[in-house]
Each structure stands twice: as C-alpha cells, then as structure tokens.
Write a protein of this length. Structure first.
Length: 309
C-alpha cells in the first residue's frame, strides 16, 4: 500500500493500481475522457520526486518540468503528494464568441482567449466549463485568427454541447495548453499530402491544409471527407472556395456509403507522400490496411483518434 496525499486527504492505494481509478474511487473531482494519455483532461500536479515517465511523456517539456502528469497513465508505485488541476488558476480564460449550427449534429464554437495561445493548427486542447466538465477538441483555426475555432459533434444526450448552448455567447470557460503531433511541418513542403477525415475529424485536417497552403506547400494536397447520411459535407462551401483559389488542392467530399470502395481505390501519389487521418478509432483502424496497400508505409501515416466518453 502507498499513501496519496491530495486535497487535505490521505488515500491508501494498492501498489501498481491506477492513479486515476484511485482518485475517482475516493470521489475526488478529477476530469477524464480517453484514459489513453491523449486528451490530457486528467492532468494533476505532483511534488518533485520520482514519477513514472509514461505519466509525463505525452506532456510538453515545460509542463513536465512543473510537475504535471496524467493520472490515467500513472501506476501508484510510491507515496504521492498531489494537487488537483484548477482550471481557474492553471488554465487560460476564454469567452464564447460564437456558437453556430454548421449542420445537423455539428456545432461551430469560437472562443476568444484572454491572451494569445501558442499552438499549431490541427493540435488539440482541453476546454473546461465552469461546472468542471472538460473535453478535448482539435483546433480548426489558424494562428493569425483572434479566435480559436472548434467543431463539436453533437451526440444524443451529450452534455458538453448542451451546456455550451445554455451558457451562450459571452459565457466563460478555461483552456489547457495545446498539444499533439497532428500539425503541418515545414519540411513537408514538397511531399504530397493525403488528408482523410470522417465527421468532425475534418476540423483539424482542413486547418492543416490551410496552414500548409499559407506556408507555401508546393506538392499536391488531396482532402477526403466522408459524411454520414445524405447531407453534404458540413464545410462544403468553404472548402470549395479554398480549392478554387489553390489549384494544387483536390477535394473528395463523399458520403459514408462510398467509404469502402473509395479506400480500395486509394493510391499514394508518390513514394514521399504522407497520409494524415482523423476520426474515430474504428475509422483510423479501417484505413490501416488500405493505406498500406496503397503504398504508404507506417512511417508515412499520422493519425489522431477522437474518443467519445
Ligand atoms: S483521460 Fe488521461 S489523458 Fe485522457
């Protein structure tokens, strides 16, 4: 047994147990979502000491240096002295600037942060609401925009979107740091890009396409998006305007029913091509084999999986 000291309490935790599980069992107010080290909503701060690298590795170096770790990735292997993440003091305040229904089930959220936030288009961050609920979303806007844009998939019974709508324009929330490997890299300039998204996985990939074009990407960019149901792609008009002004960009805005035949026909445009995928874990898994058959090795594929709690 080890001791976990937190919020004026001392918890006994079995050796090797998961820190997040222990905190939840004790009824402590800690947010979580993916449980896989991706969303960063389970942030917690530890006093200096020996902490498992796996619990800190997904975080940017400055956060590691400050003692932050991810509770879901932390086995209890020693006594711990912890402090809960407090979005009001640890996060960046932001105000809701816009809430727009882009299509059935897709909400556009624009937030104005109290001060500029460092990020690359396509990375993700945690949004904390005043009620303590937190979710991770990909950034759909560019660094020169005064607001941060997010596309929220609205699920039946989904509380986050409902709470945002109740708060309305002018509502206040807090933001975590931006992180994630899914963003444009300047040394990709002459490599063809294949961007493949389903649902609101389009949010980060269209942001990456815009970023690439702004940075003078010279090779072709092909953006595939599969939309469920009969509705057109929820960003059809904006994307068609973008493609019209950039002949190197090709759009494939498809319905989900064509997904399987579409992916069978995928071909890597060159041996240096890169594929970026974003969507549910099922979507990313479904693309693994077809991309390999299309001539894209594992090192040429980057993905971001959306998890749903
Ligand atoms: S719940 Fe720990 S990183 Fe997502």
């Amino acid at each position: 047994m080890f001791e976990i000291h937190i919020a004026d309490r001392c918890l006994d935790a079995p050796a090797g147990s998961n820190l997040l599980d222990q905190l939840l069992q004790a009824g402590l107010p800690i947010s979580y979502s993916c449980r896989s080290g991706h969303c960063q909503s389970c942030l917690i701060k530890a006093e200096p000491g020996t902490l498992p690298d796996a619990a800190r590795a997904p975080l940017p170096a400055p956060m590691q240096a400050e003692g932050w770790l991810l509770a879901c990735q932390c086995p209890v292997e020693q006594d711990l002295h912890l402090r809960l993440y407090d979005p009001a003091s640890d996060g960046l305040p932001a105000q809701i600037e816009e809430l727009t229904q882009l299509a059935a089930g897709v909400l556009r959220l624009r937030l104005r942060p109290a001060r500029p936030l460092r990020f690359h288009p396509g990375q993700h961050l945690v949004i904390w609401l005043p009620c303590g609920t937190a979710r991770t979303f990909s950034i759909a806007s560019q660094t020169d925009s005064p607001t941060l844009e997010f596309h929220l998939q609205q699920h039946a019974g989904g509380q986050f979107g409902q709470r945002l709508l109740q708060m309305g324009v002018g509502g206040q929330c807090h933001l975590g740091n931006a992180s994630g490997h899914l963003h444009y890299q300047p040394d990709w300039q002459d490599r063809p890009l294949l961007l493949l998204a389903r649902g609101t996985g389009l949010a980060p990939l269209q942001a990456i396409a815009r970023d690439a074009l702004q940075q003078g990407h010279t090779a072709g960019i092909t953006l595939w998006h599969w939309q469920r149901g009969d509705e057109p792609c929820y960003l059809k008009d904006e994307l068609e305007a973008l493609a019209q002004s950039h002949p190197s960009m090709q759009l494939q805005l498809r319905q989900q029913q064509h997904f399987e035949s579409d992916v069978r026909s995928l071909r890597a445009p060159s041996r240096r091509a890169l594929a970026l995928l974003c969507g549910s874990s099922a979507f990313v898994e479904q693309l693994g084999k077809p991309l390999f058959m299309a001539g894209l090795g594992r090192a040429q594929v980057l993905d971001e999986v959306f998890t749903r709690r």
